[in-house]
Design a protein around this ligand. Structure first.
Ligand code: GLC
Length: 803
């Protein structure tokens, strides 16, 4: 079964069957104002903070047929009564004559038709605005005149998203709506919980005159709410009750009589759902988008934004699905994870437990580095300011208040409240930024540490470089009996929570990689003493790793508090874990024979046709001494599932080893754009990477969940562009070091780098995997494989030959 297709020219995925296996979503706006829209027009919107300033009520756990957040009803006069339907399919669930939802860059467009009435609705948030717009054109496609009414609807949430569900008296006692007359007699419905009445108001309005409205859900559904969203009782009447809700479940419904539309005649209406701090501002701001031309201009601006973002890197390889991901959908997803971290999606619900993750965002930011380095810089400053003076970091933070916390570690008082890896990711992120942007001044910028005095002022500030040094020092001073870093509450794998004094071999490798970056940076800054210090740390950790963590065919993953290895052939469950193999290569710790053996073990013991598993075999039963990993059945999530985030690290390791076949095969087998034909098994959106796929120990092998907000996005992008295609920023220029499948004749890439455009052509006449033998820049041969920094605003032709 297929549910849609890719329209690459339009840079859209087109869903043609609304009954997708799960809701497929798209993001609109940013964390400042926005959220997601599902393919049936439902929307979860918030302003600034999805936990504490949520606007629409969207309960993802309800059945797909249920109305969520926003919808649209049309009704067509039919004798004395009406034919009622939703052009979005949900909630009336009529068998529409035509349905498509075009999932675009920052907008979704639903085009449908039912019994001769066509609808074309584009849903988006204009750049830098606090309003969601729906530009809706209704056309009479039949041969006779039709009398059409149009009723857009929103259902509100209390701004405190968790309170909405935890208190069914306080919330409804506070929720209120009122009517405000806008210019030209427009109806503006204003909604707020009582406590926000004087400073934070939602509004819902259109550019047409509404003849009546409803703000109370009970009245709208009718029959003491035994009326349903699929047929609200109020829509049997000519007019709505125009009632201003004083309490209860608040909605906004606006009834517009379009009158009799002649055959071929259309009406366009623009709905606005936003939030401002006063009625005066709402009146003024909502005037702007009453003009459909202004809406079209905002759409054009949005399209220009994405055009600019995407044009900074475009690649053409022999693999269509790869091109599709690299040029459109993967950078799009990276921008979304950069914005939302793991905060708000169909799966991550922002009821207070997740905010911006230090580790997650430090990795996400690397996914937008080539296209939006300035934005990346902004997030880096925020991240560093939640690092503690000691060098470790708060696990997550609220991006508005910048208040941090220790995440899930707080649930266990017997375990440490820091994660051994968090702070180290910032070293990778900052060095990636400086290589990309050449902005060495950033290293000298002063950023506070997290701790504050009684007046809320930071007690210490230091340069960005000093922040990175503290991060490394923290880990160096926090080693266990094998000389490896202590695990803390957990490392990258949140779900293995061992007793105090357990050690992490993954964090050892991440530390090694961070040290490699710092040594390279220190060399670039000609700081020999730093080079010497970090080389000593590096050699020490490398020795400890190889002396203690080698298990014979692969590296173990942890040492428990009593020194017992986990991820060893001697273990019954969790014999081998992916990360201690891939990162042994990324860190340069593994000597060639061990690297080869470790990666071969990954291939033999963890690889499946649908991705590489995180570990094997899965634990079969809850075991508090191992932690969260044992809460899943074998094959799910971290317990032997295909936890996709880890797969690109193996691609990178294979590419570093020169194995272009395997690197590419690992890339290809998880490319969602190549899953369109087996989507009933995969179930999630084919245009984004999910976080997890059930592994082959699970009966539903191949089923994906937790789409969109995953570190897979950033790393798949980095693995493909920087290691398979091999175009990698360095301090001195753009390195050209591809590691591609032998059968490729080559590829091209256009890449903006430090204010110049590199038009790169890679030729592979001898069908090798790797090894650039000649590099020509603007027609002149140069030594080495690094295209220099031009910064001249011009185009440069780069030709590389693999031989
Ligand atoms: C989730 C978390 C991430 C963690 C991963 C593995 O994706 O957001 O921080 O590394 O799970 O446990």
């Amino acid at each position: 079964m297929q549910y849609g297709y890719f329209d690459d020219d339009a840079r859209e995925y087109v869903i043609t069957n609304p009954k997708t296996p799960v809701k497929w979503i798209n993001y609109v706006g940013t964390l400042a104002f926005g959220g997601f829209v599902d393919h049936t027009g439902g929307a979860l919107l918030c302003k600034g903070d999805p936990s504490l300033n949520r606007i629409t009520r969207y309960v993802t756990q309800l059945p797909a047929s249920e109305f969520k957040g926003e919808t649209l009803y049309l009704r067509v006069k039919n004798g004395e009564g009406y034919t009622l339907f939703s052009p979005y399919f949900v909630p009336t669930l009529d068998h529409l004559d035509h349905f498509e939802c075009r999932v675009g860059l920052g907008y979704s467009r639903i085009i449908s038709s039912f019994k001769g009435i066509g609808v074309d609705a584009t849903i988006f948030v204009p750049l830098d605005e606090s309003v969601e717009l729906r530009l809706i054109t209704v056309t009479n496609q039949s041969k006779t005149a039709r009398e059409v009414d149009c009723v857009p609807v929103v259902e509100y949430s209390h701004p405190d998203a968790l309170k909405q569900f935890s208190n069914a008296d306080w919330v409804p006692q506070t929720m209120q709506s009122k009517y405000v007359r806008g210019d030209g007699g427009r109806t503006i419905l204003v909604q707020y919980p009582f406590m926000c009445r004087d400073f934070k108001l939602n509004y819902f309005t259109t550019n047409c005159i509404a003849s009546s409205f409803e703000t109370d859900r009970t009245r709208f559904l009718g029959d003491n709410e035994y009326g349903t969203w699929s047929h609200p009782g109020a829509l049997d009447d000519k007019e709505l009750s125009s009632y201003e809700a004083l309490r209860g479940d608040n909605i906004g419904a606006l009834l517009h009589h379009f009158g009799a539309l002649k055959p071929g005649e259309s009406r366009t209406i623009v709905t606005q759902l936003g939030q401002e701090d006063s009625v005066a501002v709402i009146r003024e701001k909502s005037g702007k988008y009453c003009d459909p031309q202004a809406v079209s201009r905002a759409l054009n601006d949005l399209s220009r934004f994405w055009q600019k973002y995407l044009s900074r890197m475009q690649a053409v390889t022999p693999d269509l699905a790869m091109n599709r991901m690299l040029n459109i959908h993967n950078p799009r997803q990276c921008f979304i994870t950069f914005n939302w971290s793991r905060y708000l999606s169909l799966y991550q619900l922002a009821y207070g437990s997740r905010e911006l993750g230090f580790r997650d965002s430090s990795q996400d930011v690397m996914g937008i580095m080539d296209r939006a380095p300035d934005r990346a810089r902004g997030l880096l400053v925020k991240l560093l300011s939640v690092q503690k003076k000691t060098g470790c970091a708060l696990h997550q933070f609220n991006p508005l208040t910048m208040v941090g916390n220790e995440g899930d570690s707080l649930e266990r008082n017997d375990l440490p409240h820091y994660y051994s890896d968090d702070h180290l990711w910032s070293v990778l992120a900052v060095s990636a930024y400086v290589k990309e942007a050449g902005d060495e001044a950033f290293l000298e910028e002063i950023v506070p540490f997290y701790e504050k005095d009684n007046s809320g002022k930071p007690v210490e500030r230091a340069t960005v470089l000093e922040h990175l040094k503290r991060a490394l020092l923290f880990t160096w001073n926090d080693r266990g009996r094998h000389g490896l870093p202590l695990l803390g509450f957990a490392d990258w794998n949140d779900t293995v929570n061992l007793k105090v004094r357990a050690e992490s071999s993954f964090t050892a490798c991440l530390f090694g990689k961070a040290l490699l970056e710092m040594i390279e940076l220190a060399r670039h800054l000609s700081d020999q003493s730093l080079v010497a210090t970090y080389t000593a740390y590096y050699d020490g950790m490398k020795k400890a790793y190889n002396d203690t963590a080698w298990d014979g065919q692969w590296y173990v993953r942890y040492f428990d508090h009593d020194g017992t290895p986990l991820g060893s052939n001697n273990n019954e469950q969790g014999k081998i874990y992916i990360n201690s193999q891939s990162w042994a290569v990324l860190s340069g710790f593994a000597p060639p024979d061990r690297a080869t053996s470790a990666l071969q073990s990954v291939f033999e013991r963890l690889n499946t046709s649908k991705g590489i598993k995180l570990s094997a075999p899965g634990f079969n039963g809850f075991d508090p001494s191992k932690g969260g990993i044992t809460t899943y059945p074998p094959g799910a999530k971290e317990n032997g599932g295909i936890f996709l985030h880890t797969n690109p690290w193996v691609m990178i390791a294979e590419a570093m080893m020169g194995n272009g076949e395997r690197a590419y095969e690992y890339y290809r087998q998880i490319n969602p754009a190549a899953k369109n034909d087996c989507i009933d098994e995969f179930q999630c959106e084919p245009y984004v990477y999910p976080q997890n796929i059930l592994g082959n120990e699970h009966p539903q092998f191949g089923l994906a969940r937790n789409s969109w907000l995953s570190g897979t996005s950033s790393w798949a992008y980095q693995a493909a562009t920087q290691f398979i295609l091999g175009i990698r920023p360095s301090y001195s220029g753009l390195l050209v070091d591809p590691c591609i499948p032998r059968e490729w004749d080559g590829f091209t890439m256009v890449r903006v780098f430090r204010n110049a455009t590199y038009r790169i052509q890679v030729k592979n006449p001898r069908h090798k995997n790797r090894g650039v033998v000649s590099l020509e820049i603007d027609g002149k041969k140069i030594d080495g494989a690094v295209a220099p920094v031009f910064s001249d605003g011009k185009d440069h032709e780069i030709e590389a030959v693999i031989g």
